[in-house]
Design a protein around this ligand. Structure first.
Ligand SMILES: Nc1nc2c(ncn2[C@@H]2O[C@H](COP(=O)(O)OP(=O)(O)O)[C@@H](O)[C@H]2O)c(=O)[nH]1
Ligand SMILES: [Mg+2]
Length: 456
């Protein structure tokens, strides 16, 4: 088992935000006026990094306009702020649902899914979370039923429009096709090209941008269900315009490049390989997934050049003069991981893992540091019968607490970056922790108040 896994040196992230992404982002508010359900896809391996925070403003306005969330009171009002909710019928009578799908679940270990769902419910109570994989029929069926259920709940609407958003390569088109295949069998299946783009897309400036822009911006309309009538709109992947400064920006960039969210070729392959080696070590420090591609008997290792040298040896990748071709081995390593290697890493057991996916990392010897209550997980009930179940529940609770702490750290990091505080002092850091704690308490009180008002 690796005792110490050093963090690799990473390059600053490139800026990759082509014009069509900017156009889509600008026109999102218009598209939302004709949207009933937003299906927001994120990569299950990057549940936090693949959030596109640039969508947040437009989504909040959309929900507010449809009465799904109340307009926030003025700053000096002592009453509760924006209330968490799950709208079925909104104040305006218009459908307004936001469903967050963590896609490619086949590439993360199943043991983390339940704790993650609970951590998300605790931290983001207004988001409906769903895990899916295109090849898991059960997931696709359940998602289809969820969408159809929302439409059935709103029989007054002649049709329901679903807008699918997310970063590039997160699996939007694949998931939509799978949903269509499940929802509409056989000859009824079809999709309509941009010629039939309804007024929502036309309203985003056809005259100015022409049809090619429409095709890139919102190219296909898929029918997901006939009765009730549900349509879905595929959209281009939109990246974050700025990935951040310092170590966290560099790490974000490399993660996104590995899952192919950032255009390949903008990165040095050695940087990708060294980060991947680091991550696989964190996910399973005892028997990392890459051991199966190295010469038999190799022990886990942390030096990327030693690793690539062994890999080139195993694959027989040689340059002229018999020198091992480590650059080719690095390309092969990343490709391997994107396919079967990712699946192998997802099969890793919970026992030794120090992380889950690419956004969660912890040291089980240390209780979570950001929330005083999070470390207080009750010990398992060791009274014989049912103790295995009790142990499992305890382990899940521990992981959930670690995940919540990771989410807090992530949010804190983003907030600090947004106020330009890359170099915050210890005093500021403590102040922020305190503020976060108070904010969480206030949110809890607000939730209680909302329940009371709703009579639940
Ligand atoms: N392992 C896995 N791969 C997926 C899944 N969904 C999509 N992919 C792959 O991810 C890549 C990008 O998918 P695509 O649908 O084009 O993504 P989009 O850019 O968001 O539309 C393709 O190679 C798909 O085969 C999934 O659930 N699991
Ligand atoms: Mg696509």
């Amino acid at each position: 088992m690796l005792a110490h896994i050093p963090f690799p040196i990473l390059p600053a992230p490139p800026s990759w935000f082509p014009g069509h992404m900017l156009q889509f982002q600008r026109n999102l508010p218009h598209l939302l006026t004709r949207t009933d359900v937003v299906l927001e896809l994120r990569d299950a391996r990057l549940p936090l990094t693949s959030i596109n925070r640039k969508f947040e403003g437009a989504l909040q306005t959309w929900r507010r306009e449809r009465g799904a969330i109340p307009t926030p009171p003025p700053a000096n009002d002592a009453g509760p702020s924006a209330l968490p909710m799950t709208p079925r019928a909104t104040g305006s009578g218009l459908v307004c649902e936001r469903i967050v799908v963590f896609n490619k679940r086949d590439l993360v270990p199943e043991w983390g899914i339940k704790p993650f769902e609970r951590a998300m419910a605790a931290k983001y109570p207004d988001q409906r979370v769903f895990f899916a994989s295109w090849n898991k029929t059960r997931d696709i069926k359940a998602l289809n039923e969820l969408l159809v259920g929302v439409a059935k709940h709103n029989p007054h609407a002649p049709e329901m429009n679903v807008l699918v958003v997310g970063m590039p390569n997160v699996g939007k088109s694949t998931l939509l096709n799978a949903l269509r295949n499940i929802g509409i069998a056989g000859r009824e299946q079809f999709f309509v090209r941009s010629r039939s783009v309804p007024s929502a897309a036309n309203s985003v400036g056809t005259a100015h941008w022409g049809t090619s822009w429409i095709t890139r911006a919102i190219s296909t309309r898929l029918k997901l269900s006939i009765d009730p009538l549900v349509y879905a709109w595929d959209t281009p992947g939109v990246m974050l315009p700025f990935l951040g400064n310092g170590d966290s920006g560099a790490e974000r960039g490399v993660k996104l490049a590995l899952i192919a969210g950032i255009k390949e070729g903008l990165y040095d392959i050695d940087a990708l390989a060294s980060y991947l080696l680091y991550r696989l070590n964190v996910l399973d420090p005892v028997s990392p997934a890459y051991l199966q591609i190295l010469p038999p008997g190799t022990q886990p290792l942390t030096d990327v050049y030693e690793f690539l040298d062994l890999l080139a040896k195993r694959l027989g990748m040689l340059r002229r003069g018999g020198i091992r071709d480590t650059a080719r081995a690095a390309v092969w390593f990343v490709q391997w991981w994107r396919g079967e290697g990712g699946l192998a890493a997802a099969a890793s057991p919970r026992a030794a893992a120090r992380g889950w996916g690419f956004d969660f990392q912890w040291d089980l010897a240390d209780p979570p540091d950001s929330d005083p209550s999070a470390g207080a997980v009750a010990p398992p009930d060791a009274t014989g019968a049912g103790s295995e179940k009790s142990q499992e529940r305890h382990d899940e609770a521990v992981i959930q607490a670690q995940m919540e702490a990771c989410i807090d750290r992530f949010e804190r990091g983003i907030d600090e970056e947004e106020v330009g505080g890359a170099n915050v002092s210890k005093t500021q850091e403590k102040k922020k922790v305190r503020q976060d704690l108070l904010a969480r308490r206030k949110a809890k009180a607000d939730r209680k108040w909302a329940k009371k008002v709703a009579g639940v």
